[in-house]
Design a protein around this ligand. Structure first.
Ligand code: NAP
Length: 270
């Protein structure tokens, strides 16, 4: 936790890390010691591995997700390797209200006392179909989970994040968030909106706070979502979530202080 000096932006004396530095980052043992990091979609896929990895590097991890049994499993895994005691925050982002997110902020403030990192990882694919045929209810659902809830949760947690010494918010984008692609509909549009939101938050905060905002594009990674999007693909040809964790740790660690408003593609050739 910090004093009022946090309200000033950090001096930008050293050259910030390049995207290659972030992709190839080799975390030092305990480099997240003392940090509390909330991960959304922490029960499965990349989010599960990110939560485990943050805990392995010393962070206290707050596990947010919609399926309690999956969160319990991750909780037990962290306990089994002696990580700091995590907390489970069951929340379905599709139906979650802003009031519930503010209550969550109050709960973290009371029970944990700090929040240094927020990884927005939860996401849903929706339909792969032309916009002309896209089901409008599914469109709204995808936009809520991937974008609107991400905005709401960020805003609700800002008081805690701004109070951190060197807070970091990491949004999850996708290649179709940077370059629109036919048939990817609401998913692509939601990721473009996320990239825009990260940029706007950066512009609005960079002169007044140490809090930094960046996007990660994990690239094609062996998860359930990827298998649904590309059913004909050989999953063994893909990197695993474990393979790309250097970048996820880097953007949460103090090594990335000074990195702001970036969209970091962890597999740039994907
Ligand atoms: P995944 O295996 O499908 O995992 C998605 C996670 O999000 C799950 O934990 C899921 O919870 C959670 N989630 C979905 N809807 C939710 C809701 N309404 N409320 C709360 N949590 C919800 O997907 P992934 O591949 O790990 O993707 C993680 C992120 O990376 C996503 O933002 C995705 O867009 C992005 N991404 C992935 C790839 C890739 O190749 N895998 C590429 C580019 C970007 P449940 O398990 O309980 O359903």
């Amino acid at each position: 936790m910090s004093d009022n000096s946090n309200q000033q932006a950090a001096p930008q004396s050293e050259q910030p890390l390049s995207h290659d530095d972030i992709r190839n980052f080799l975390p030092a043992k305990n480099c997240l010691d003392g940090k509390t990091i909330l991960v959304t979609g922490a029960g499965d896929g990349i989010g599960r591995v990110a939560a485990l990895t943050y805990a392995r590097y010393g962070a206290t991890v707050l596990l947010l997700g919609r399926t309690s049994s999956k969160l319990e499993y991750v909780y037990d895994e962290i306990e089994s390797f002696g990580g700091k005691q995590p907390a489970m925050l069951p929340m379905n982002l599709e139906g979650a209200t802003y009031a519930e997110m503010q209550q969550l902020e109050g709960l973290i403030h009371k029970e944990v006392g700090q929040l240094d990192g927020l990884l927005h990882n939860a996401g849903m694919l929706g339909q792969l179909t032309p916009l002309e045929m896209y089901d409008v209810d599914t469109f709204a659902q995808v936009m809520k989970v991937n974008f609107t809830a991400t905005f709401m949760l960020t805003q609700a947690l800002l008081p805690l994040l701004k109070d951190a010494d060197n807070g970091s918010v990491v949004f999850t984008s996708s290649s179709v968030g940077t370059h629109p692609r036919a048939f990817w509909g609401a998913y692509a549009l939601s990721k473009q909106a996320v990239e825009g939101m990260s940029d706007i938050f950066t512009q609005e905060t960079q002169n007044t706070t140490n809090l930094r905002f960046n996007c990660i594009n994990p690239g094609g990674t062996r998860t359930n979502m990827r298998a649904h999007a590309f059913p004909g693909e050989n999953p063994m040809s893909l990197k695993t979530p474990e393979d790309i964790m250097g970048g996820y740790v880097c953007l949460m660690s103090d090594e990335s202080i000074g990195v702001r408003g970036q969209v970091v593609a962890l597999q740039p050739k994907d």
